[in-house]
Ligand binder design. Structure first.
Ligand SMILES: C[S@@+](CC[C@H](N)C(=O)[O-])C[C@H]1O[C@@H](n2cnc3c(N)ncnc32)[C@H](O)[C@@H]1O
Length: 289
């Protein structure tokens, strides 16, 4: 039996951190419990996953099978695409069963944000279109930063890609009016009132990485900036909603969700991540360790 509540909504609203392999932990969580799922998985973990035969999400959910591009099935698309790249194949075998769980756990008005780097984003986009359905694709967010060494042999890669998919394109929650606004790039071209209000962010987000000397820094190597998570959580959840991050790392998603009045479940298998999260969120109960 799990030692943590399986249905967040029935647990009097207590946010929590769970240590363990996320696939096992997710299997214990109730269907459609989360309005927002943010995932920042490690790329190329090197682990070889047991191969499983794939069925599409909607087949598993019993609502008929989906067809991807031009009537081709998800399995066909996946087979063709993965034949080109062994590294990505291993990665996808790892991530696919976890994305199937994410789909099951998303509320009917829910949204998935999948944070990727340039080596994986394009394959993942094609496969996610086929897995979630192309009509469920909402955005490709580019997070651009400018930090660290720069190669001179090509354009230095200084961006991440965040793919956004909704569970149901007719019902998803999105409210950009609540999002922090940005300065205009050419303030002289708009009215002073507009300059004072700032502009709505687009799908390209300029944001510094977590500063090595700044207030946010936890010491966890892959920590993402709170500003990126703030936008995501502001736009795609309401106060009181449940947010899930099952590659939680330093717990940025939970820290921001808490500050914005959302409830959350964070999962990570690494004891160092759990320790960082304990320090960052001392009042949040930890299960599974
Ligand atoms: C890129 S980091 C996430 C960083 C996070 N977004 C932050 O702001 O700190 C990915 C995390 O996934 C965790 N992880 C990898 N495989 C996992 C698995 N099977 N189950 C649970 N956690 C896993 C790693 O321990 C790592 O902390």
């Amino acid at each position: 039996m799990p030692d943590h509540p399986t249905d967040p909504a029935s647990d009097q609203g207590v946010s929590r951190i769970i240590q363990g392999d996320n696939l096992a932990v997710l299997a214990e969580l109730a269907d459609e419990a989360f309005t927002l799922i943010y995932l920042d998985p490690p790329f190329n973990t090197g682990r070889v996953q047991k191969r499983q035969s794939t069925t599409s999400i909607r087949t598993e959910a019993g609502v008929g099978s989906i067809t991807g591009f031009k009537g081709r099935s998800y399995d066909r698309i996946k087979g063709d695409l993965l034949a080109y790249d062994d590294v990505f194949e291993n990665y996808w075998e790892f991530i696919e069963p976890r994305l199937l769980e994410a789909w099951r756990l998303l509320a009917p008005d829910g949204t998935l944000y999948l944070h990727l780097d340039y080596r994986e984003a394009h394959y993942a986009k094609v496969l996610l279109d086929a897995l979630f359905g192309r009509e469920s694709f909402l955005n490709e967010i580019i997070w651009a930063y400018d930090y660290g060494a720069k190669t001179k042999s090509r354009w230095p890669a200084k961006h991440d890609t965040i793919l956004v998919y909704v569970k149901d394109p007719a019902r998803y929650y999105f409210d950009s009016a609540t999002v922090d606004r940005e300065p205009y790039m050419a303030p002289g071209l708009v009215t002073p009132e507009k300059v004072a209000k700032g502009k709505l962010p687009t799908d390209v987000w300029w944001h510094t990485i977590v500063s090595p000397t700044g207030r946010e820094k936890t010491g966890y190597p892959t920590q993402k900036p709170e500003g990126i998570l703030r936008r995501i959580i502001q736009a795609s959840s309401r106060e009181g909603d449940w947010v899930l991050d099952f590659f939680a790392g330093s717990g940025t998603t939970g820290a921001v969700a808490h500050a914005l009045g959302r409830r959350f479940v964070l999962v990570d298998q690494n004891p160092e991540a759990i320790q960082v999260m304990r320090t960052r969120m001392p009042d949040v109960p930890v299960h599974g360790d």
